[in-house]
Design a protein around this ligand. Structure first.
Ligand SMILES: [Zn+2]
Ligand SMILES: [Zn+2]
Length: 126
């Protein structure tokens, strides 16, 4: 499955099995994405980056970094230190994804301007 940032400076491909997206409502995800962030994840070696000319990383906490495009501002990746998986924002992927959001996490931190859909599991934290 292919994906890219808005300007195309960062493009990549995911191989193998991908989990259905987890939607995170924590304040960091809301700030970086502009809303809540839905992301799939793959083992790090299943992410094939074709272009990283504008890929930059921001250390958003002691334990994680966020990958984004420093030209168009797209929020793309989230990588926890010491883990061999990387999460990829579902909005960067090209349709059809055949994904369905499976879980909403950090719902206790959600924005006050929307309600979370009925159906998927909801976790107050994670
Ligand atoms: Zn870009
Ligand atoms: Zn989050």
């Amino acid at each position: 499955m292919r994906g890219s940032c808005l300007c195309g400076g960062v493009s990549f491909e995911l191989e193998g099995e991908m989990r259905d997206p987890i939607a995170c409502h924590c304040s960091q995800c809301r700030k970086t994405s502009g809303h809540y962030r839905a992301a799939t994840a793959v083992p790090f070696d299943k992410l094939k980056v074709h272009s990283d000319s504008s890929l930059a990383w921001y250390r958003s906490s002691d334990y994680a970094q966020r990958g984004f495009c420093n030209k168009c501002g797209s929020s793309l990746f989230w990588k926890m230190e010491g883990e061999d998986t990387i999460s990829i924002g579902a909005g960067a992927l090209e349709a059809p994804t055949d994904f369905k959001i499976k879980t909403h996490i950090f719902t206790e931190d959600k924005g006050d301007y929307y309600e979370i859909e009925e159906g998927p599991e909801q976790l107050a934290k994670y």
